[in-house]
Structures are given as structure tokens and as C-alpha cells.
Design a protein around this ligand. Structure first.
Ligand code: HXC
Length: 518
């Protein structure tokens, strides 16, 4: 056989591999409004940069008709390429091949790719479209799923991992995204562990895919999804944007992106946006967009735990992770969902050398039977743990209310924050004035001839003492009381000053790892 014949043979294999589950099935997917698996990859990566690996690999099962077919590639297209000229590893499940189900070879392919990404320090991107563990392969398919989970966990904290869910993501397929750093769901996609048929059999209840695990549910209620997008195209451009803020691995700094926005730009509109009366709400996102370069803020978990806001921005070109209470939603109270959202984000930033800027305006942790029974103690503890554990530069700005445990939790000096700023409107106290007066003067108020007059007097006294940043600054818990209009500049200066921070976590006693409250 000459070279030409040999290459023809390669091409025959190649064509079969590219065909996936066949032209009919590709067409069916297209009619559902879904992109072809290879188009997804090509649209995400820089042009012509994709190099595919293991496109010949196939299953070795012989049960339930699998002895009669060979799907080269085994239902997942995997390889590497570049995004903005930076190396990334990528795999994309092909629903046309046995519903994108995860067989032994499929799982091993993904796991090996993630291992290569870890070894080379490059981000992992997974495009999910799968019916879960491949039923025909039995335990071998479960092993394939387990191998993916294992490598996701090993990669965690070493390279960023981003999952995009573009179709069904069922059973075992759902746990891989859940182990990654960010989950982006296209609006029409859905994720579940047990499907509607199992729910019906177990509980006698009828549910649709959307009700069970549609993108809206996961973005707002379960918190599984960090982002939701209208369509596949916008999900792919979101991956590119998200990566632009992140380093390729935990040994690198995030890329610095030059900006025309002057670091000493005053924020005079702040006086209009933030009321001095701490009970009047404002939208903290307006403040964030004034602080960051060009007002460009990528919010994470926008629809989940909405009394807190987290996300990425840049200040003077440096990536920062911003964590803020949102006074426009429940006065910025920290509830269970907000706790989970903040803690997870802080831990991500800490893993990948991203400084954390915390903006505080919160009346405290959310009161109530539901919250206590749901474990606000356990979930709130995650926030304390995450801040205390983080060794990246931590800058906190107390904007207005910072009461009680929530003051401590939100990046206080006590938990190891590096520089703590306050606006003149800051109020740091064990609790808000009204509650404090009622507890301190319960008996006096009950007996007073004019309780309202007494309450007014005591409130004024309390405000004089605590409803300002100066007691905290006198005691050294606040480093600087700043003009709100200079916030961007002041944070930038602190970032510059902390750039060379090297902190060994105080718990230098050798240990395997801590026991984060989960
Ligand atoms: C093998 C599968 C499959 C699977 C789908 N297919 N899921 N093959 N193993 N897990 C095949 C179908 O037989 C069908 O083949 C093709 O994929 C397309 O599936 P359809 O049902 O026609 O598509 P659609 O109507 O769009 O529904 C998609 C779906 C549904 C919602 C994903 O297929 C489904 O419910 N699948 C099972 C989901 C599930 O329960 N997975 C959990 C598996 S257990 P043909 O040849 O007809 O085109 C698991 C381990 C649990 O993952 C671990 C928990 C952590």
C-alpha cells in the first residue's frame, strides 16, 4: 500500500468519526435549534486552533447491540486549542451518539484530557449534552463517569474548569459540572439526577424536565448554575469573557488588561446613588460599576442568593473578585443562599490568585425559623471559613450598616482582611440602633412616663457612639475613612500595595486540609 492509500484509510476513519451518530441525528439536533458539536468547538476556539485527540477510540462493550456498531470518538469530541491565544483543553459531548451517554471510553477520554490540562496548567472547558451513564455498558460506564469526577476533583484549584450545559445533562453527567468552578446553562437545557420517570415511580408526582431542572430553576433556586444564557452562541462568548479574567492555573496571576479608564477617576455620582440614611435601599451594582474599569462587571450567580452580589471586574487592569451585600434586596441581609454564594466565590478567588474586594452594607444574618432550621449556622460558617482561609489580598470597604456576625463575616479585620476602609456613612455595631435600644433599656422603656421620648434620646445616644466609622477606626478596626468619591482610587492604591503579598495561612501547623463546614 502506498502513502496515498494509507492516508485514504485515515480519512475513512476520520469521516466516520466526524459523522458521529449519523446525518439524520445531526439534522434532528439542528431542528431542535442546537449547534453541531464540532461547530460548538470551532465557534468557541480561535480559528483553526482545535486539535482533536482520540477520535478513533470507541467502546468495547458487546451487550444490547453494541457489538454491531462502532462510534469512533465514542460520543465525545476532545482535544485542545486556544482562546485569545491561550491554551485550553476542551471536550464536547455529542448527543447524536447514544444520546451523548457516558461509556467507559467516553469517560476515560474526558478524564485523560483533564489530566493533560492539569499537567500543562491550562483551563478545562466541558460542553455537556448527555443522557448520563450509558445504560448498555453497565458498571464500565459507571467507571467512566467516576473517572471524570475523580479528575475534576484533582483539577479543582489547579486549573479553572468551566462547564457549559447545552442540552440534557442527566444523572451522572450532572455531577461533573457540579464539581467544576462555573456552570453556564443555555436557557433550553436542563439538568437532573433522577428524571421525571423516576420521580413518578418513586413519588407518584408528574413533573416536566423544566420544572425539575430547567436552566431557570438551577440559576435561581438550586444555585447549580452560575450563569444562564439565551442561546448557545452567547454561552460560548461568555466562556471567552469569563476566561479573560482568570489565570490559566493556580501558579499564574490573572492577565492584566490595560484600560483607558483613569484609576483616579472620581465617582461623584456616588452621592446621588447612596442615601446617607442606612435604611434606604440602593442598588450596589451601580456602585460596583462606578468602581471597576469602564463599568464592566461580570456578575456570577446573578439570580441566586440575590441579597449578595459577586463577580469579576478590573481595577487599573487588575482582575478583582467583588463581593457585596445588596441593600436593594432584603436590605442586604445574609441568608443561606447568599452565604453559599459568597463562600464559594471567595474560595474560587483564593484558589486562583484573585484579590477580593468586599463592599459591606448588611443588617446581619437572616432571622427566622426557616433559616435556622435550614442551617444558617452551618451555611453562614462557610463565609467565615472562606474569608479566614483566603490568603489573597483582601480589601474591605464598609459602606453603611455592618452589624453583628455579618460585620465579622464580610471580610473584617478580625478574619484576616488586609486593609479595611470605611465611608463616613459606615455604622459598625453589634446590632442596629432600634433593636439595641429595646434590649438595653427594656425595663426603663416599660416604666417611663414618656417611652417614646426616652427611646428617641437613647437612640440618639447610641447613634452618636456607634452609628459612624470613628469608634471602629479609633480601635484600629478600620484603616482609613475615605471620601466615597475616591473609592476607585483608594482601592486601586491598596491593590498596588498588596500586590506582593505573601501570606502563609496562620494555621501553619501541618495538616492535610481543613474541614470546611459543608
Ligand atoms: C444509553 C441513552 C441514554 C443513556 C439517552 N440515550 N440516554 N442511551 N444510555 N443513559 C439514547 C436514547 O436511547 C436514544 O437512542 C437517544 O439517546 C436519544 O434519546 P431520546 O430519549 O430519544 O432523546 P430525548 O427525548 O431528547 O430525551 C433525552 C433524555 C432521555 C432526557 C436524556 O433520553 C433520558 O431520560 N435518558 C435517560 C436519562 C437518565 O435517567 N440518565 C441517568 C442514567 S443513570 P436512539 O437510538 O433511540 O436514538 C446515571 C448514573 C446515576 O447516569 C449516577 C447518579 C449520580
Amino acid at each position: 500500500m502506498g502513502h496515498e492509500d494509507l492516508l485514504r484509510k485515515v480519512n475513512e476513519y476520520r469521516e466516520k468519526s466526524i459523522e458521529g451518530g449519523g446525518r439524520d441525528k445531526i439534522e434532528q439536533q439542528r431542528q431542535k435549534g442546537k449547534l453541531w458539536v464540532r461547530d460548538r468547538i470551532n465557534r468557541l476556539l480561535d480559528p483553526d486552533s482545535f486539535v482533536e485527540l482520540q477520535w478513533v477510540r470507541t467502546h468495547r462493550s458487546t451487550y444490547f447491540g453494541l457489538d454491531k456498531v462502532k462510534y469512533y470518538g465514542d460520543g465525545v469530541v476532545a482535544g485542545y486549542g486556544t482562546i485569545d491565544r491561550r491554551l485550553v483543553y476542551i471536550y464536547a459531548q455529542d448527543f447524536t451518539v447514544l444520546g451523548g451517554s457516558i461509556g467507559e471510553a467516553h469517560g476515560e477520554k474526558i478524564a485523560r484530557l483533564i489530566e493533560l490540562a492539569v499537567e500543562t496548567g491550562a483551563p478545562v472547558i466541558g460542553l455537556y449534552d448527555s443522557g448520563g451513564a450509558r445504560i448498555q455498558e453497565g458498571v464500565a460506564s459507571l467507571h467512566g463517569c467516576g473517572r471524570i469526577f475523580y479528575s475534576n476533583v484533582k483539577a479543582s484549584g489547579v486549573v479553572p474548569q468551566i462547564a457549559v450545559v447545552m442540552g440534557p445533562c442527566a444523572g451522572a453527567a450532572a455531577y461533573s459540572p457540579a464539581l467544576m468552578d462555573f456552570v453556564i446553562m443555555v436557557k433550553s437545557s436542563y439538568m437532573f439526577i433522577t428524571g421525571p420517570e423516576v420521580v413518578k415511580a418513586a413519588l407518584g408526582v408528574d413533573v416536566t424536565f423544566e420544572q425539575l431542572g430547567g436552566a431557570n430553576i438551577h440559576a435561581s433556586t438550586s444555585g447549580v448554575a452560575h450563569f444562564i444564557t439565551e442561546d448557545e452562541e452567547s454561552a460560548l462568548s461568555l466562556v471567552r469573557k469569563l476566561l479573560s479574567y482568570l489565570p490559566s492555573n493556580n501558579m499564574e496571576e490573572p492577565p492584566r488588561v490595560p484600560s483607558e479608564d483613569p484609576v483616579d477617576r472620581r465617582m461623584d455620582e456616588i452621592y446621588e446613588v447612596v442615601p446617607t440614611d442606612p435604611v434606604k435601599p440602593f442598588d450596589v451594582k451601580k456602585v460596583i460599576s462606578m468602581i471597576v474599569d469602564e463599568g464592566d462587571f461580570l456578575e456570577v450567580h446573578e439570580h441566586y442568593g440575590r441579597s449578595a452580589v459577586v463577580g469579576f471586574g478590573r481595577i487599573g487592569g487588575y482582575t478583582v473578585g467583588i463581593v457585596a451585600n445588596q441593600p436593594a434586596v432584603n436590605a442586604g441581609v445574609i441568608d443561606i443562599d447568599a452565604s453559599n454564594k459568597i463562600a464559594r466565590f471567595v474560595r474560587f478567588c483564593d484558589s486562583f490568585n484573585i484579590p477580593i474586594v468586599t463592599l459591606v452594607d448588611t443588617p446581619g444574618f437572616m432571622p427566622g425559623v426557616d433559616q435556622e432550621h435550614g442551617g444558617i449556622i452551618r451555611h453562614g460558617a462557610k463565609v467565615l471559613y472562606a474569608y479566614a482561609e483566603a490568603t489573597v489580598p483582601k480589601i474591605t470597604l464598609v459602606m453603611r450598616k455592618a452589624y453583628g456576625g455579618a460585620y465579622i463575616a464580610m471580610g473584617s479585620l478580625s478574619l484576616g482582611s488586609d486593609v479595611n476602609l470605611a465611608w463616613p456613612t459606615a455604622e459598625i455595631a453589634v446590632m442596629g440602633p432600634e433593636g439595641a435600644i429595646r434590649i438595653l433599656y427594656r425595663k426603663e422603656l416599660a416604666q417611663a412616663p414618656d417611652p417614646e421620648e426616652l427611646a428617641r434620646r437613647k437612640l440618639a445616644e447610641y447613634r452618636e457612639v456607634f452609628a459612624n466609622p470613628f469608634r471602629a477606626a479609633e480601635l484600629g478596626y478600620i484603616d482609613d475613612v475615605i471620601d466615597p468619591a475616591l473609592t476607585r482610587l483608594r482601592i486601586y492604591q491598596v491593590l498596588e500595595a498588596l500586590k506582593s503579598k505573601r501570606e502563609e495561612f496562620l494555621g501553619t501547623v501541618p495538616k492535610k486540609h481543613g474541614n470546611t463546614p459543608l
